[in-house]
Design a protein around this ligand. Structure first.
Ligand code: BGC
Length: 747
């Protein structure tokens, strides 16, 4: 660490914002280097010419690995770690200090334009994958910037909107992924989001950036603003935001200096921030290098095969064995969509088209491929003619594979979608082809989920590729021909209708506010709790082989932890990967809980006939809810069902356990209800004894008969109830019991 004591206040303030769009200011005499922070997350976007944060101007070529939507569907931390390590290596070779990613926001609505850059609707899956990415990237020597902290779940009005979220929902849904990444993987930086949370800009939210992030989670790195997220520089610095990006030409540095000089801001706040920013220099690469473009392309291909999700495969139409002619239709087959638009847009070193890769594999196997575009991605041309030509090709083939999806103008950072539908011309094409083709397979390319309604039942198979990076085309071909076996699972639900989605009535908000009215019931938590039908549940994914789950056993290992042991056998004829999904279901405690919640998972590779017995740990948090009255995580004593499931809607085996949990002795007051007083472990028995002591046997019998009536006053606060008792219970006695309840809670 360079000696910071010799720096002037002006020099220190200058270190707290960028010199330019991507680079911080050096102070050579103090040995503080300039540091480059650039996007991320699934490749390096390093601009050498004009700069922008929307992916508009060119950047140097880099490998475009599968974006987070794909990595999320892999359900495999190893995939995330490999992406992190590879982008880290490329970033280091290009002299980058911090690569801005991963993005781990929760997919609250399928309409969010940036869902392609996020992992999942579930915080455990997002957190485990995010932590693995950071481990990989920082293992390669490049700092990570986990983003966007926090509650940035939409693009509409993203720079101003207030996400109005209650405390329990924040703690249980929107914060745990950040908590896991920060505590387990120690990212060099956290990027604060643009939006407000409950009316306070994230960049000025002291509770978020200091009390929670540093105080509770022990974060020691630097907080960086999202690009342009600072509204009031001095308030942001006081709240815990260290580095403002991009630079403001010195304007906000001067504001910091003036705030210190006027006594508004203690200089120690500046010193702490400077220390944290300068510490990032540990990640400055010693020298630029090179990375292996071919090896990274091959890696991108392998990782993409782990990520695509086989949604449907009726009559085992896939893989494409034993067919003579294959019709390939859809412009995406020759012009693949490999990534989303915006700040993460990578200038890929090369791009594989599925059509080329399929032709190569078909040739090896003596199969014939006929191609027709079927539609234009940009909607140009004569849709009827394009469709008719596609239908004609399909009519003469054994199997038709249609490549459908969303074009770049349909979804991107910066705006949200308003529909889940595929473009109408594509839906018409799918229906027309399915009507004539003997077998129809649909391959999808889309960043956010699309509706499958109107055509799902008419096709035989659907392979959801999402966006698979630059080698996605080859990966799709490998999966279609059975060179690779699909093993992706949905990291988000595919609903039947947009109107069914839990945030439907509150997305994207209005008049500057978006109310997270569905609370903790996000994604499958909602659908399973209200028992709503969906097209495909969270966790769904097929394989070319089959798996059987057996011998579930759950052992409680303490007051609130358990070990789950389960055996999985590959009962098919191909090697394949299976994801063990462990959910916990409970209604214990005073809050409304989702029907089930994912609490552990593991992806296993099994040869045909092979069995594996896996052990998964459920920690305290796996059973806990956030208690707003007590301000903490509580495990309620009671019954918990441990469910091993194929997906969020299909339980394969379950076992109940009873946990001792936390014994909470509530603190009583005169505002506590009669019911609460009588249910209290200390006050309840004392009250009963006091009330019955002076009664005759006859009065006791009468009182027992009137138990039913007591229910009517159960919800009455003690203060009011006392009025009806006419002094039967002395105030002093109640005061003593209040004191006893306080003493018992702190004990
Ligand atoms: C995005 C960030 C990105 C930054 C720099 C912002 O608009 O929200 O994710 O890292 O720009 O490009």
């Amino acid at each position: 660490m360079p000696d910071l004591t010799a720096l002037t206040l002006e020099e220190k303030a200058s270190l707290l914002s960028g010199a330019s769009f991507w680079v911080t200011k050096p102070i050579d005499e103090a040995g503080i280097p300039a540091m480059t922070l650039t996007d991320g997350p699934h490749g390096v976007r390093l601009q050498s010419g004009d700069a922008d944060h929307l992916g508009i101007h060119a950047s140097v070529p880099a490998t475009c690995f599968p974006p987070a939507v794909a990595v999320g569907s892999s359900w495999d931390p190893e995939v995330a770690e490999k992406v992190g390590a590879a982008v880290g290596a490329e970033a280091r070779a290009l002299g980058v200090t911090v690569l801005l990613g991963p993005g781990i926001n929760i997919k609250r609505s399928p309409l969010c334009g940036r869902n392609f850059e996020y992992y999942s609707e579930d915080p455990l899956l997002s957190g485990v994958l995010g932590a693995a990415h950071v481990r990989g990237q920082q293992g390669a020597g490049v700092g990570a910037s986990v983003k966007h902290f926090a509650a940035n779940n939409q693009e509409s009005d993203r720079m101003r909107v207030s996400a109005d979220v209650d405390e329990r929902t924040l703690r249980e849904i929107y914060l745990p992924a950040f908590e896991r990444v920060v505590t387990e993987a120690r990212p060099a930086t956290v990027m604060c989001s643009y939006n407000k949370i409950n009316d306070v800009y994230s960049s000025e939210n002291r509770w978020l950036l200091t009390d929670l992030l540093r105080g509770e989670w022990g974060f020691e790195g630097a907080v960086v603003s999202d690009w342009g997220a600072v509204s009031d520089r001095v308030a942001a610095l006081a709240a815990g935001l260290d580095l403002e990006m991009p630079g403001t030409g010195g304007r906000t540095d001067q504001e910091i200096v003036e705030a210190v000089r006027s006594g508004q801001l203690p200089e120690s706040v500046v010193d702490d921030a400077v220390r944290r920013v300068v510490a990032l220099a540990d990640h400055v690469p010693a020298e630029a290098g090179a990375s292996d473009v071919d090896a990274h392309h091959e890696l991108a291909r392998t990782l993409a095969t782990e990520s695509a999700v086989l949604l449907k495969n009726d009559g085992a139409v896939l893989p494409l064995d034993g067919v003579q002619t294959i019709a390939v239709i859809g412009e995406f087959a020759e012009n693949p969509r490999i990534q989303g638009g915006g700040s993460s847009h990578i200038n890929a070193t090369r791009t594989d088209a599925a059509l080329d890769a399929m032709r190569a594999l078909a040739e090896e196997r003596g199969q014939r491929i006929e191609y027709a575009p079927g539609f234009a991605i940009d909607g140009s041309g004569d849709a009827d003619q394009l469709r008719a030509a596609g239908v004609q090709v399909a009519g003469s083939a054994d199997v038709t594979v249609i490549f459908a999806g969303l074009g770049e103008k349909e979804e991107s950072e910066g705006f949200d979608r308003v529909t889940l539908d595929l473009p109408a011309a594509q839906v018409e094409l799918i229906r027309a082809v399915a009507a004539v083709a003997p077998k129809t397979v649909v391959v999808l390319s889309n960043g956010g989920v699309v509706s499958l309604e109107g055509w799902h039942d008419e096709v035989d198979a659907i392979l959801e590729g999402f966006l698979l990076g630059q080698a996605g085309g080859s990966a799709i071909a490998d999966l279609l021909f059975g060179v690779a076996n699909p093993s992706g699972h949905l990291a988000e639900t595919i609903p039947l209708r947009l109107q069914d989605t839990p945030s439907y009535l509150n997305f994207p908000g209005e008049q500057g506010h978006v109310r997270y009215g569905e609370g903790v019931m996000v994604g499958y938590r909602h659908y399973e709790t209200v028992d709503a039908r969906v097209r495909y549940p969270f966790g769904h994914g097929l394989s070319y082989t089959s798996f059987v789950t057996s011998d579930l056993s759950v052992e409680v290992t303490g007051d609130d932890t358990a070990t789950v042991t389960v055996t999985v056998t590959n009962t098919g004829t191909r090697a394949g990967k299976h994801v063990i999904q462990v959910y916990v279901a409970s209604q214990a405690g005073p809050v409304r809980r989702p029907a089930r919640e994912l609490r552990a998972f593991r992806k296993l590779e099994l040869e045909p006939g092979e069995s594996c017995t896996a052990t998964l740990q459920l920690d305290r948090r796996g059973f806990a809810y956030w208690d707003v009255e007590l301000g903490g995580w509580i495990v309620a004593p009671g019954e918990y069902r441990i469910q091993v499931a194929k997906d969020a809607a299909t339980v394969l085996a379950e076992q109940s356990v009873t946990l001792t949990g936390d014994v909470i002795v509530p603190v009583l007051s005169f505002a506590s209800t009669v019911g609460e007083w009588f249910a209290h472990p200390i006050a309840g028995p004392a009250l009963m004894q006091g009330m019955t002591a002076a009664m005759t046997e006859e009065q006791k019998e009468q009182a027992a008969e009137q138990q039913e009536q007591l229910r009517m006053v159960e919800s009455m606060p003690m203060k009011q109830f006392m009025g009806f008792l006419g002094g039967a219970i002395p105030v002093e006695a109640l005061e003593q019991l209040i004191e006893a309840s306080k003493a018992a809670q702190t004990a």
